[in-house]
Design a protein around this ligand. Sequence first.
Ligand code: NAD
Length: 247
Amino acid sequence: MKRLENRVAIVTGGTAGIGEATALRFAREGAQVVVWARNEARGKEMEKKAAAEGLAITFDKVDTSDFEAVTAAAKRVADKFGKIDILINNAGITNASTLKKLTVEQWQTVIGVNLSGTYYCCKAVLNYMLEAGYGRIVNASSVVGLYGNFCQTNYVATKAGLIGMTKTMARELGLKGITVNAVAPGFIETEMVAKMPENVLDGMRAKVPVGRLGRPEEIAAAYLYLASDEAAYVNGAVLSVDGGMTV
Ligand code: NAD
């Protein structure tokens, strides 16, 4: 039996990096996956790639920082598939600056996607999960949400905020059959990290006890565990997947 057989999962930001690896892994584990992301060309490309492998992945163009769009998209999933079992709040952006240079616009954009967007997605799926008495919500935090990071006041605020949201939602929803957890990735080889200069990447590798950056598939595996029935007793946890960077 596959680990997500008969489950309906939404993966936000599922057209690139960790989200793409997650959508593919979940579909291979038997889930019906709906990807919410903004890049239509990549979404369509991904649908084709999935179909060629016989995987059940559909793309819906959704900006998760738009509450009305997210609410309508959740209804489309529930109408089409009859339920929403899993929500992976993976969409996230960075817009780095020292505090001295950080503009209000940079602050608001990152808060809008990473923090408000996650709240909007949770709100949009909640009633469907409550009606079913079952749900798995996993939020993408970050190692920097635990320890801070230079030039990332806005991003770190969102990733730390998500940990508080996760713990609060876990307390509120546990009795309703819904678990809420977070994953705190270290530095993972995706486009987000590829933008960094090579000397910075070398410095990062040097800080990781396993001696390398992580792979998107390694975060997808953590999402998978927390989204599965096996994790029924894991609630309000923040799972570090960082090669030991923070020990
Ligand atoms: P990525 O930039 O490769 O992919 C992010 C995805 O989110 C893209 O598909 C993008 O289109 C989507 N997205 C962005 N804004 C969106 C919006 N408003 N609505 C819908 N989709 C939107 O990023 P990644 O490296 O794969 O990171 C995924 C998550 O993991 C993010 O939340 C990120 O903060 C977190 N994370 C990443 C790392 C890392 O090292 N890569 C480390 C810690 C945490």
